[in-house]
Design a binder for this molecule. Structure first.
Ligand code: G4P
Length: 287
């Protein structure tokens, strides 16, 4: 579900997450491995303050493995614990539990030294819409828990879900907003399907995606669309793909909307291979 975020919504979503923080020991921040920083909330550090945090790069099955490793080193260099997972297939679940245990170890050891048996670690999952929060909760819970809508302001009774003996998970995740103001971030979010196709112009998003692929994944692009060479002019690239895939209008003209839909659908489904659309270096320049 796509939501429009207004300042009022953002403040409310933030308040809701902060209220839940009081109940928990560890925040799991879910991001998209294809666009790790663009899929994170720009105010997350402020929102979760000093709570122990684990970043999970989800949908790692769709991301470029080399780039994912680069991102994991980047977070490590910043002193943030991060893991790559595939929530849909349930890959990386054990490592999540272990990482949460490491994050609370000092506190738990203190309790133990005072003779107190530590309770299960209480965890909250936060992230922007479509990043895989419900999928992850269901995988960890090993059952199907109904999805509660991405509308900011929806409140339901809180329940704890047991994950083995070690963890307890709040059943409703914290929903955060991405960084809308930055055009590049918007294009990356639209490319991966994190924001729906009626928010940004479909052809603009495809132009961005095709340019990125031309620069970073030319072989994948050539192979998928049987191209000998990649034309320099973007309109010619559209024409080639449209022609080869039969995205035509009356009179044999290329249908650019249809071509855009096809390219984005295939890219998001992983048909062009495992792709990552931003690198730590893109952010180091901004920082
Ligand atoms: P949310 O609660 O954060 O909003 O996200 P949700 O779990 O609903 O997941 C959004 C989409 O992402 C779902 O696709 C889900 O299957 C997919 N997804 C989640 N984790 C992974 C992963 O690790 N790998 C891959 N490849 N996909 C993942 P969907 O049901 O098809 O929804 P949609 O495409 O109709 O939005």
């Amino acid at each position: 579900m796509t939501i429009q975020w207004f300042p009022g919504h953002m403040a409310k979503a933030r308040r809701q997450v902060q209220e839940k923080l009081k109940l928990i020991d560890v925040v799991i921040e879910l991001a998209d491995a294809r666009i790790p920083n663009s899929s994170r909330n720009p105010m997350i550090d402020e929102i979760i303050s000093s709570k122990p945090r684990l970043i999970l790069l989800n949908k790692a099955d769709l991301a470029d493995d080399t780039k994912t490793r680069e991102w994991l080193s980047y977070y490590k260099s910043k002193g943030i614990k991060a893991l790559a997972i595939d929530a849909q297939a349930g890959k990386g679940m054990k490592a999540i539990v272990e990482s949460c245990q490491e994050l609370v170890k000092e506190k738990w050891d203190k309790w133990k030294s005072k003779g107190v048996t530590p309770r299960a670690i209480r965890v909250l999952i936060v992230g922007i819409p479509n990043v895989g929060k419900s999928t992850l909760i269901n995988k960890l819970a090993k059952k199907n828990i109904a999805k509660t809508g991405d509308r900011p302001g929806v409140t339901t009774a809180q329940q704890w879900i047991k994950v083995g003996k070690e963890l307890e998970l709040l059943d409703t995740p914290g929903i955060l907003w991405p960084k809308f103001e930055d055009q590049m971030v918007g294009l990356r979010l639209a490319t991966t399907g994190a924001i729906k196709d009626n928010i940004l112009n479909l052809q603009d998003v495809t132009v961005y995606a095709l340019r990125y692929l031309t620069e970073h994944y030319p072989n994948e692009l050539k192979e998928r669309y049987s191209l000998q060479d990649i034309p320099e002019e973007i309109v010619e690239l559209f024409d080639e793909i449209g022609k080869r895939r039969g995205c035509l209008m009356g009179g044999g003209m290329i249908d650019y909307d249809k071509t855009s839909e096809l390219v984005l659908r295939e890219l998001r489904a992983g048909k062009l291979g495992k792709l990552t659309f931003e690198l730590p270096a893109d952010w180091e320049a901004v920082e």
